[in-house]
Design a protein around this ligand. Structure first.
Ligand SMILES: [Mn+2]
Length: 360
């Protein structure tokens, strides 16, 4: 499990946050969040490439990698207000799924034991099993609810002769007892998979799965509210698993099994924000970003923002708890900027030469 930076390519941390070493507990003893790369695509059933996901999610941004991102909307800096470290990539060989997944599970467990929130950058969705199991190993079997964004239910039984793959982690989690079926919330399902016998199994587990038609008819906000009620009933935490293919392929083309008709990027970001503001999130993963199929970094940029939105909201939630405040989405952007105008007035710049003294 020794950290050696990124499994592929240069040693990048998520937007420049400091490194930590999972084998050196002192290096993350005060962490609020530890980021883990899961460069794995050995569970994909169709197009691969998610082994390059962690690198793309860490680096795809147009701002400096300075470990700071004050959120315009939330008035919180998820990378500065929280102690966020990046432990690099967990070594995961895509040819050995039964070795790779337990290695990640042990890494996640270490992070949770330290009191920090693990954020896994996938990787294909088979990593959701070790991610949520690693949390449940510490917090308690059946004590962590799951909120799962995906076009696909990922509740297959045996696929291609194997119990392990990116179409099955949710069934394995329920079978293992790590997550209760009746505390399993799925959002964004659509298309033509899984088959009826799998839907029967899901129904027997009392899962609650919101297909896109229901979401469109009732509205995402109302569906989330219902999901939150179930997720917070008799549990100690919530795991958030975001398969980027929950978004429409127009908003997330770089993924292995694209399914038309999904959420917009805006809807996903709003939902992630609300989950992290309102629920006790104990771990999360962002999966199925496949850079070889991406176009203009659309998918990688969205995944980067999903992570930032989650961290910003967690930072804001803790700030509100500390200060007795409450985030108000209706507050205009500049309303809190009540600083007095400096003596001598505001200096006005005039455009003398193109490219100089331009007002920003
Ligand atoms: Mn999935």
């Amino acid at each position: 499990m020794t950290r050696y930076g990124a499994q592929f390519g240069p040693n990048l941390t998520f937007l420049g946050v400091p490194e930590c070493d999972l084998d050196d507990e002192a290096s993350y003893a005060n962490a609020d969040v530890v980021i883990l790369g899961a460069p794995f695509d050995g569970g994909t059933s169709y197009r691969a490439g998610t082994r390059f996901g962690p690198r793309a999610i860490r680096m795809t941004d147009y701002l400096p990698h300075d470990g700071s991102r004050p959120s315009l909307a939330l008035r919180a800096d998820g990378l500065q207000d929280l102690k966020v470290y990046d432990a690099g990539d967990v070594e995961m060989y895509s040819g050995e799924i039964e070795v790779a997944l337990p290695t990640l599970e042990a890494a996640v467990e270490k992070v949770v034991q330290s009191g920090a929130i693990p954020v896994s950058l996938g990787g294909d969705h088979s990593i959701a099993y070790p991610d949520a199991k690693g949390c449940a190993n510490v917090i308690g079997a059946g004590r962590v609810s799951m909120i799962h964004f995906d076009a696909h239910a990922d509740t297959g039984d045996i696929e291609f002769g194997s119990l392990w793959g990116h179409g099955q982690p949710m069934r394995r989690l329920i079978e293992s007892g790590a997550v209760r079926g009746d505390r399993f919330l799925q959002i964004g399902l659509r298309g033509y998979w899984p088959p009826p016998e799998t839907l029967d199994w899901m129904s027997w587990q009392n899962m609650r799965s919101f297909e896109m038609t229901e979401i469109v008819q009732r509205g995402l906000r109302e569906c989330l509210t219902e999901a939150f009620t179930i997720a917070t009933d008799d549990c100690d935490g919530v795991f958030l698993s975001v398969d980027i293919d929950v978004c429409d392929p127009g908003h997330a083309p770089g993924t292995g099994t694209p399914e038309p008709g999904g959420l917009s990027a805006r809807e996903l970001l709003d939902a992630v924000r609300r989950i992290c503001l309102e629920l006790p999130v104990v771990g999360l993963d962002v999966v199925e970003v496949s850079p070889p199929y991406d176009h203009a970094d659309i998918t990688a940029a969205l995944a980067n923002r999903v992570v930032l939105e989650a961290l910003s909201a967690i930072a804001r939630k803790r700030q509100d708890l500390r200060e007795g405040t409450q985030w108000d989405p209706l507050r205009p952007l500049l309303s809190e900027r009540a600083a007095p105008i400096p003596e001598g007035g505001i200096q006005q710049h005039h455009h003398t030469h193109l490219g100089h003294d331009q007002e920003r």
